[in-house]
Design a binder for this molecule. Structure first.
Ligand code: SF4
Length: 108
């Protein structure tokens, strides 16, 4: 089993009971999970694959996946900033797939 598939299965098991689902766009999800693995290898922690990390763990702690913005973004838009984690309604298509704006205040 690939590293991406393993991480996908592990995260899915942990996050789904909390109400956070992977988007059904599996190709995109696998790309994002590969980004998490790359960031882990590069920085030593899994920072957001859609944001620019500083490489300083303390400065990046708000964007370690799942980031501190996920809860409010999924609540408001049905999706996190990257469209990695979404609500059930998002996957079912019963809510519009709005663009999710960046909630992070400028980090640097
Ligand atoms: S925006 Fe999504 S993928 Fe990025 S850190 Fe937050 S929860 Fe993870």
């Amino acid at each position: 089993m690939s590293e991406v598939q393993k991480l996908y299965d592990m995260l899915k098991k942990v996050q789904e009971p909390k109400g956070y689902y992977f988007s059904e766009n599996k190709e995109m999800v696998f790309d994002l999970i590969q980004g998490l693995i790359d960031n882990k290898n590069r920085y030593g922690y899994m920072c957001c694959p859609c944001r620019l990390a500083s490489g300083d763990r303390e400065k990046d702690k708000d964007i370690m996946c799942p980031c501190v913005y996920r809860e409010a973004d999924v609540e408001r838009y049905g999706s996190c900033y990257c469209n990695l984690y979404v609500s059930e309604e998002w996957n079912e298509g019963t809510i519009p797939h709005e663009y999710v704006p960046e909630s992070r205040p400028s980090a640097f």
